[in-house]
Write a protein that binds this ligand. Structure first.
Ligand code: DC
Length: 222
């Protein structure tokens, strides 16, 4: 039997970098489910389709192929119709489109089996918004990772500036607040702590402390 760790929380709580490191140390595969929503969002943008519940989005879903794979370093690669779009889905525009498109029930249904299949055959740390509540409700350990909106915006800002992007802190903070609202107020699979989850707040923790905390929660509960 494989072991699943569900890691949910708002945008920018550091889920992906913390989970990647923890997975590495514990010998689990790290699965970033946000990349899947971003990829569906990108597919819509490329075809000029609005990220709203519509026959156009239904048609899009019947035409595209989204796949998850891993490179030699064990990093997740996401493919859209066979093309690696892992870099393209990381812009602020792609974040906003992903947040909107993820509220569409047909999109969530479309990505459900793909996520569950990953956990059937692998020990995974799966990062998302509804992993403990919907995708893997029987996960061995469920963690809700959070931090204040300001701390999260500050981290995201630093990341984007380091990548050479021309962004403003105030815009990032506004994006964080808007995305939090969208993600936690949508009707289907809203962001909320799963029953039985352990909440970890990283506002006052640095990266290493956050990784240590997550690893100890996993070890204590798995
Ligand atoms: O984790 P992220 O920022 O890459 O996710 C992008 C968007 O996808 C986010 O706004 C919410 C949505 N998402 C979701 O609804 N459910 C998931 N399991 C993962 C992401």
């Amino acid at each position: 039997m494989s072991t699943a760790i569900a890691l949910d929380g708002p945008a920018g709580a550091g889920k992906s970098s913390i989970a990647r490191r923890a997975a590495n140390e514990l010998g689990y595969i790290y699965v970033d489910t946000g990349a899947l929503y971003r990829t569906v969002g990108l597919a819509a943008s490329l075809r000029g389709i609005e990220p709203v519940d519509s026959p156009e989005v239904d048609k899009l879903l019947s035409e595209i192929k989204v796949e998850l794979t891993f490179n030699a370093q064990g990093e997740q690669i996401v493919l859209l119709d066979g093309r690696d779009v892992s870099g393209e889905i990381r812009t602020p525009e792609a974040s906003m489109t992903a947040s909107k498109i993820s509220a569409i029930p047909a999109v969530r249904a479309y990505l459900l089996d793909l996520q569950r299949d990953m956990a059937k055959t692998n020990d995974v740390i799966m990062d998302g918004r509804d992993i403990g509540t919907v995708v893997l409700p029987d996960a061995k350990v469920k963690i809700f990772l959070t931090a204040s909106p300001e701390a999260r915006a500050q981290r995201r800002y630093k990341e984007l500036i380091e990548k050479g992007m021309d962004v403003k802190y105030e815009d990032i903070l506004q994006d964080v607040i808007t995305r939090d609202y969208n993600d936690s107020h949508r009707e289907i699979a809203p962001l909320k702590p799963a029953e039985g989850s352990v909440t970890v707040d990283t506002t006052e923790l640095d990266f290493e402390q956050s990784v240590d905390k997550i690893i100890s929660v996993i070890k204590e509960n798995r």
